[in-house]
Design a protein around this ligand. Structure first.
Ligand code: UD1
Ligand code: MG
Length: 424
């Protein structure tokens, strides 16, 4: 498929109700920003050449996030923010000569899915549409722009604050996602006016503008309203996290993963899990991870990202793993920290093992390597960088500061004394 559509993502708004020092779109669900979800959904359609993110409030932070993480995205500054139509006009000069479709979305709707965007674009193309707006049917449409139709024909979008009593009853609302034939709609942006209740340049006015030009304008109705759930407060953020988690858990259940208690299990969107793996209650998995088949995770385990587990791996209670590879048939069943490590197969990591990976003064993190078949005794500390050889044995309670060769025993322990009749 050709990647020839441009995306415009509106993210300049202030997000006052978040009551936060950080810009709204950089708030996170698991380890990913709200804007990151939207950009990922857009990119996963495999239809988008480039995304333009409109920034304003705390523009520098949003801009550096985009630069650092997305090489097919750039930002355009909107200052001051005079409305959604004004926001889009910030990229008109950059797209002056662009011929093709542009899709417009908001940066604060992290639940939007790539399949929906793809279907939306396909619909736009099948209708030979010049402008398609995504709509949704809400029992309570309050605060959304209403879709006003003339019979089947889309007439205009009227904002809540501009709607009359009759229009307020309309349950079909503007979902805030648009697909447009850029060259045909672009002239609208220099003709929008702010003659409305909010004194803003409304993006939604391109609908009535297009109607007057005799363009082909259509609405595509969203199947699952959850996808346009917009985040405006920390309450919304928590609700969206739950909704997303539920969706992810259902996907894993359908793929043959056993999840004992979906209500207490948290799994990030970028985690792959093989069939027949069992996730026990109170497990938190964040970031990007791959978990193999037939593993046992939890109860009470924390997988923090950058983790690759082979098949038949056990990560038990109060075990934390981050940035580590653990090969098949290895167990770390109790009270353990594994960070920046590479662990072979058939290894037993005893209860209370710690990979000491971090030097607080130099801020350097170092690697621990444990080769196939090694046994790490309980309550051991492996001070990285360090390597434990194949089938080597670390005695319980040992602090390892040097590499251990294959098949050797390493034990560092004060000799035990027995004092007879001591309490007498
Ligand atoms: C908008 C739509 C409304 C729709 C709703 C769906 C308009 C006029 N109204 O309303 O019909 O039902 O979304 O959620 O478009 N933004 C900028 N610059 C601005 C103003 C806004 O970048 O000058 C961004 C915001 O950061 C946000 C998005 O645009 O991501 C939407 O703005 P918002 O103020 O939330 O619009 P709504 O009033 O919700
Ligand atoms: Mg909004």
């Amino acid at each position: 498929m050709k990647k020839n559509i441009n995306a415009i993502i509106l993210a300049a708004g202030k997000g006052t109700r978040m009551k936060s020092e950080s810009p709204k779109v950089l708030h996170k669900i698991f380890d990913k920003t709200l804007l990151g979800y939207v950009l990922d959904a857009v990119n996963k359609t495999n239809l988008i050449a480039k995304s333009y993110v409109i920034v304003g409030h705390q523009a520098e932070n949003v801009e550096s996030f985009v630069k650092k993480n997305y090489d097919n995205a750039s930002t355009a500054l909107q200052m001051p923010q005079l409305g959604t139509g004004h926001a889009v006009s910030m990229v008109c000069s950059q797209l002056e000569d662009f011929v093709g479709e542009v899709i417009i979305l908001c940066g604060d709707t992290p639940l939007v899915q790539e399949e929906t965007l793809t279907k939306f674009i396909e619909y736009h193309r099948a209708q030979n549409s010049d402008l398609t707006v995504m709509s949704a049917i809400f029992e309570d449409p309050t605060n959304y722009g209403r879709i006003v139709k003339n019979g089947d024909k889309l007439n205009s979008i009227v904002e809540e604050k501009d709607a009359n009593a009759e229009q307020k009853k309309i349950k079909e609302v503007n979902a805030g996602i648009y697909c447009l034939n850029w060259q045909k709609i672009k002239p609208a942006f220099s003709q929008l006016t702010s003659n409305n209740a909010q004194g803003e340049y409304y993006l939604t006015d391109i609908i009535s503008w297009g109607g007057k030009q005799g363009l082909n304008i259509n609405a595509y109705t969203l199947e699952n309203n959850e996808e346009i759930f917009g985040i405006n407060s920390k309450v919304h953020l928590a609700q969206a996290t739950k909704m997303l988690n539920q969706r992810i858990i259902n996907r894993h259940l359908e793929n043959g993963v056993t999840i004992v208690d979906p209500d207490s299990t948290w799994i990030s969107i970028d985690t792959e899990i093989g069939a027949d793996t069992v996730i026990y209650p109170s497990v938190y998995i964040t970031g990007k991870n791959t978990i193999g088949k037939n593993c046992k995770i939890g109860p009470f385990a924390h997988i923090r990202g950058g983790v690759e587990l082979g098949d038949n791996v056990k990560i038990g209670n109060f075990v934390e793993v981050k940035q580590s590879k653990i090969a098949s048939d290895t167990n770390a069943c109790h009270l353990t920290y594994i960070g920046d490590s590479e662990i072979g197969s058939g290894v037993n990591v005893g209860a209370g093992t710690i990979t000491a990976n971090y030097n607080h003064f130099t801020k350097v993190k170092s690697k621990t390597v444990i080769k196939n078949g090694a046994s790490i005794g309980s309550n051991s500390v492996l001070v990285a960088p360090v390597e434990i050889g194949e089938r080597a044995n670390v005695g319980a309670g040992t602090v390892i500061t040097k590499d251990i060769v294959n098949k050797a025993l390493a034990v560092a322990r004060a000799p035990m004394k027995i004092v007879e009749n001591y309490t007498k």
